[in-house]
Write a protein that binds this ligand. Structure first.
Ligand code: GLY
Length: 310
């Protein structure tokens, strides 16, 4: 399975040697779960070393090759033996427009990715490639190791000049990509999940997706991601949902005094479906304009480039 070159380093000297071998930007990862704070990507060698120093006392760290290129998420359903791909999506991880600011849990997403056509011929050819080179070998290997994977395999991919490479796997749906993949899914999701859970994906045809496009924009609380301000009232949700092609996916809301309040950092997703990205974006941003949340923030450039045909 194609991925970045990686060195497991147990000492500062090994980390430095790996930096020399792999070059900048440096990627240092804690070799284990680290509450989302385990990775640093930087050209600042001292900062990269400091990150390694923080984790080395508790075990080796991974120094990885930097993978340069657009990031794509592709989900697969698996029954442990067979896989069925869903449709690719792209998310926006940084807080502010222009991919500025800190990393977040995701500030927006869109699907499909028409620019894949220029690189791979078509979305279908891209999906075939990733299915054959990445998803199927992983599922086969897990099965061979006596750990069949039944569920949703999330492949995080970087489209490098040297080919499609895996940057991460997750054993769950991606957020907020799922908010733009599922509205386009024609087949009932429940049937697909049941087929995966009961070992019958082989009998199922490839999931079909509408030609419609979907865009989602996340509304976040003031202070997110550092220290989100919670408890503030939300207004205009009914008006937002009245915009054609729009629905809301709530993430951190709760009822209070007959209304709704924000209870966390990423509060809700405004999802817009349309026949073009211009239309879907127009719907999403009209809807988000209806919503009131003191100090609330959202990105204004979700799917902008793809809407401009870039
Ligand atoms: N969109 C990134 C994730 O779900 O991890």
């Amino acid at each position: 399975v194609p991925t970045g070159r990686a060195v497991r380093a147990s000492s500062r000297a090994e980390v430095e040697a790996a930096f020399d071998e792999l070059g900048a930007p440096h990627v240092v990862k804690a070799d284990g779960l680290a509450a989302g704070k385990g990775v640093i990507v930087t050209s600042d060698r001292e900062a990269a070393l400091a990150h390694a120093d923080a984790y080395l006392p508790s075990g080796p760290v991974l120094v990885e090759e930097f993978l340069d290129g657009p990031e794509v998420s592709l989900f697969f359903l698996s029954d442990g033996d067979h896989v069925l791909p869903l449709s690719p999506a792209q998310d926006y991880k940084r807080l502010r427009d222009g991919d500025e600011g800190p990393n977040t849990g995701g500030m927006g997403a869109y699907s499909p990715l028409p620019w894949l056509d220029g690189r791979f011929g078509s979305e279908q050819e891209f999906v075939e490639l990733v299915t054959g080179e990445i998803a199927e070998p992983v599922i086969r290997q897990l099965d061979a190791e006596g750990a069949p994977f039944i569920g949703l395999l999330y492949a995080g991919l970087i489209l490098t000049d040297a080919g499609v490479k895996v940057i991460e796997f997750n054993a769950r749906f991606g957020d907020p990509e799922t908010q733009v993949v599922l509205p386009r899914l024609v087949d009932p999701l429940s049937e697909l999940l049941l087929a995966a859970a009961s070992g019958h994906l082989e009998d199922h045809t490839r999931p079909a997706f509408a030609d419609d496009v979907a865009v989602t924009v996340v509304l976040a609380s003031e202070g997110y991601p550092a220290v989100p301000v919670t408890g503030r009232p939300l207004t205009g949700l009914r008006e937002a949902e009245a915009v054609e092609g729009v629905h809301l996916a709530h993430a951190a809301t709760a009822e209070s005094d007959g209304g709704l309040v924000a209870t966390g950092g990423r509060v809700l997703n405004v999802v817009g479906v349309g026949t073009t990205f211009v239309e879907a974006r127009d719907r999403v941003y009209r809807a988000i304009g209806e919503i009131g949340l003191e100090g609330g923030r959202h990105r204004t450039d979700i799917a902008l480039r793809v809407a401009e045909g870039l």
